[in-house]
Design a protein around this ligand. Structure first.
Ligand code: NAI
Length: 341
């Protein structure tokens, strides 16, 4: 019987709440694999005053989530560990889902958030390198996830660069769904979608190489003005639209993106299709080596991926690609003090 140890950070937050039961249930690792969950949260603040009577400290919420997980009675769940110590949380883990990050506070600029979260990922990168299992795979969800991933892997170099991923799978799923809706097709009919670059509003959801029922999406949806002027911005700004509607950022779909990411890595991509993931560039498509960039990737079902080479971008795509690449270079510059050597 195989056992997977899975760490989840930000375990008291809303994305984790929507994700934990699915990790424990056998849906991801299969009915024959036992799962041990390690839940990491920030330490309790002794001088904390609840902003309202139902508010709780994140570590207490994580404890409550652990109680609920036990109460699910999943045959696949062996144990749940709750901790505020990253060394304990990452001890022996085969997968680490780094969801925890500080939210953007009032008056905070994007670069302030980069610095604040970057510091979290320096510590977590080191703690992973020191404690994780030799086959560990790491998915960074907490934003800004590409650059947080860059900081984490740069500080955890003992773990091979191809083990570190940042999540563009939610964007990928959004991009698939929006094409399916427009074409009156099923989600499963849409293949070969790519999210290039950053998980931000500069991402390029590439419709030019996408297919619907095996035909180029641009032959099924012939309204190029809609694709460029409505579809692309809708995908890029979907997160903001969810915040506007819910008053909270996406959680159910974000958790689903993370679950899909891990499932695809442990089960493989279907033949002829690919998925989207941000990974450490080895120079593919002219992206500077070491940048964490969203690419089309195939996976072998054993935790390994290959960046799909030779995908062609037209002039519109090339301009969009350059824009998201430039943003990632700027983000890298903003965290340069956190990148050793
Ligand atoms: P949330 O605010 O509900 O939860 C975040 C949790 O992380 C909090 O409980 C907080 O205490 C915890 N945390 C902060 N620093 C930590 C640390 N050093 N170690 C462990 N835990 C820590 O936020 P939510 O909605 O769950 O989102 C989590 C992150 O995921 C955010 O950064 C959000 O922007 C990002 N996100 C990314 C998406 C993507 O597609 N890549 C999609 C949706 C959300």
């Amino acid at each position: 019987m195989k056992t997977m140890k899975v760490a989840v950070t930000g375990a008291g937050g809303q994305v984790s709440y929507a994700m934990l039961a699915r990790l424990a249930s056998g849906e991801v690792f299969g009915p024959e694999t036992k799962v041990i969950l390690h839940l990491l949260e920030i330490p309790k603040k002794p001088d904390w005053t609840p902003p309202n009577p139902t508010a709780r400290q994140p570590l207490d919420i994580a404890e409550g989530n652990a109680m609920e997980l036990l109460d699910c009675g999943f045959p696949t769940l062996l144990d749940v560990v709750v901790t505020d110590d990253a060394n304990k949380a990452f001890n022996g883990v085969n997968w680490a889902l780094l969801v925890g990050a500080a939210p953007r506070g009032p008056g905070m600029e994007r670069k302030d958030l980069l610095g604040l979260n970057g510091k979290i990922f320096v510590g977590q990168g080191k703690a992973l390198a020191k404690n994780a299992a030799s086959d560990v795979r790491i998915l960074i969800v907490g934003n800004p996830c590409n650059t947080n991933c860059l900081v984490a892997y740069s500080n955890g170099r003992e773990i091979a660069a191809d083990r570190w991923h940042a999540m563009t799978r939610l964007d990928h799923n959004r991009a698939v769904s929006a094409l399916a809706v427009k074409a009156g097709a099923k989600n499963e009919d849409v293949t070969n979608v790519t999210i290039w670059g950053n998980h931000s509003n500069t991402q390029y959801p590439d419709f030019t190489n996408a297919k619907i029922k095996g035909k180029p999406a641009t032959e099924v949806i012939t309204d190029r003005a809609w694709l460029e002027g409505t579809y692309v911005p809708q995908c890029q700004n979907r997160g903001a639209a969810i915040i506007k509607a819910r008053g909270l950022s996406s959680a159910m779909s974000a958790a689903n993106g993370a679950i899909d990411h891990v499932k695809t890595f442990v089960s493989g991509t279907p033949s002829g299709d690919w998925t989207s993931a941000a990974v450490v560039s080895t120079g593919e498509y002219g992206v500077p080596k070491g940048l964490v960039f969203g690419y089309p990737v195939t996976t072998d079902g054993k935790g390994n991926y290959t960046v799909v080479e030779g995908v062609k971008l037209d002039a519109f795509g090339q301009a969009a690609f350059q824009k998201t690449l430039n943003e990632l270079l700027e983000e890298k510059d903003a965290v340069k003090d956190l990148l050793p050597g």
